[in-house]
Design a protein. Structure first.
Length: 75
């Protein structure tokens, strides 16, 4: 019987590819993506933590996500 908590090798590879794409982002995009998508902060919390406006977080997050998606689709 398979372990339901076990991670499939393909999932590990996909996770690694996503994290590498995030790591390659320009710092301001990377910080926004990490704060919201990985750490789970709200836009308001991320803005406060990074010392920028909430609209700036939204913009950087949009651009960062778009860049990650582009890198993943190209790879």
């Amino acid at each position: 019987m398979a372990d339901p908590a076990a991670v499939e090798p393909s999932e590990t590879l996909e996770t690694r590819e996503v994290l590498e794409a995030v790591a390659d982002l320009p710092p301001e995009y990377r910080e926004a993506v990490v704060a919201v998508d990985l750490a789970g902060l709200s836009y308001r919390e991320a803005a406060r933590a990074l010392g920028v406006r909430q609209g700036t977080i939204m913009s950087r997050l949009h651009r960062g996500r778009r860049e990650v998606a582009s890198r993943l689709s190209a790879g």
